[in-house]
Design a protein around this ligand. Structure first.
Ligand code: BDR
Ligand code: CA
Length: 310
């Protein structure tokens, strides 16, 4: 199968870094764009460059928005550490950004396509994607769709009902979800089925390469933070790789069409993705293809094999 073309918009973040590592083997990555999110933009950009350097892939990387459209900045050091990539000892960074205008890069790259096969994959707050859509709405007719890690159909992580990537820039998320683009959504309802266990990390460690040791050190840190903050058990959800796998390996997932809107006002519910689960016919537009289930064991095997292939 031809590798899908993507632009990967991200805020690394451990699971973003794992998504980059997975995508570099299974996709034709036309570029990586970075956004303020898990940590500040300078750090998400540094972490994207560092990941590309460690896997030795020559992918263009552009930084984008350093703040949300309207909301105050929030970050997630309690999960990813103060640098966004807590855990591994990192080498000296040699790579440099290709530019600082991610929005223009997205617009120009999409406009240069004539086959409607390019996916925008968004695994951080949706600021860059919303700005690109608002600046150049014509790009919507030229993409295959937007694959998003964000939201959930019934629970949140940053608040009881809001997931981090959505509440970090709800106005941007609302623009993207109501854009009319084909949207593939990997929410917490899905990604919490794809937790990394101690035995997975042990298998990754046994590979004993530069890339596998980087991944193992990251995931050890990430899953430990998750266990402390949320679950008590060691089972850190690999959110962001899901938004790549839904494109590259759709056979590993079950999907359903749903209407999804982003709550912007609620005192307790701002940032929630309101998913219509009523199954009412023809009432609301089904604007989202929602991933419901993942074949966890096949997906984990695939991820580990991919890490071993470096
Ligand atoms: C999302 O938030 C970030 O912390 C992760 O990288 C992921 O994209 C999960 O809520
Ligand atoms: Ca992310």
């Amino acid at each position: 199968m031809k590798k899908p073309k993507i632009i990967l918009d991200c805020d690394p973040g451990h699971d973003d870094a794992v998504a980059i590592i997975f995508a570099a083997k299974h996709c034709d990555i036309l570029g990586i764009t970075t956004v303020n999110g898990n940590v500040s933009l300078d750090l998400t950009s540094r972490n994207a460059l560092m990941t590309a350097q460690i896997i030795d892939e020559d992918i263009p990387i552009y930084s984008g928005a350093d703040r949300p459209l309207v909301a105050q900045r929030i970050h997630a050091p309690g999960i990813h550490g103060e640098t966004g990539l807590g855990g591994p000892i990192l080498p000296e960074l040699k790579r440099k950004l290709n530019g600082t205008n991610a929005i223009q890069f997205i617009i120009d790259t999409v406009r240069a396509q004539d086959d409607k096969e390019l996916w925008l994959v968004a695994i951080g707050p949706l600021t860059n994607i919303a700005l690109a859509i608002r600046t150049a709405p014509d790009i919507l007719d030229k993409i295959a769709g937007i694959s998003i890690m964000g939201g959930s159909n019934f629970f949140g992580n940053r608040t009881p009902v809001a997931e981090f990537n959505i509440i970090a820039d709800p106005e941007a998320a609302a623009i993207v979800f109501s854009s009319g683009a084909k949207i593939l959504m990997s929410g917490l309802n899905l990604t919490h089925q794809f937790g990394v266990l101690r035995e997975d990390i042990a298998t990754i460690r046994k590979i004993d390469s530069l890339v596998s040791n980087f991944v193992a050190d990251m995931l050890e840190f990430f899953a430990t933070m998750y266990a402390e903050k949320f679950f008590g058990e060691f089972n850190g959800p690999l959110h962001d790789p899901c938004a790549i796998m839904t494109i590259t390996h759709p056979e590993l997932f079950e999907f359903a069409e749903r209407n999804v809107e982003v709550e912007l006002c609620g005192e307790y519910t701002r940032g929630m993705t309101v998913v219509d689960e009523r199954g009412v016919k023809n009432e609301l537009t089904r604007n989202v293809k929602l991933a419901l289930n993942i074949d966890r064991s096949k997906a984990m095997d695939l991820l580990i094999k991919t890490i071993a292939s470096y």
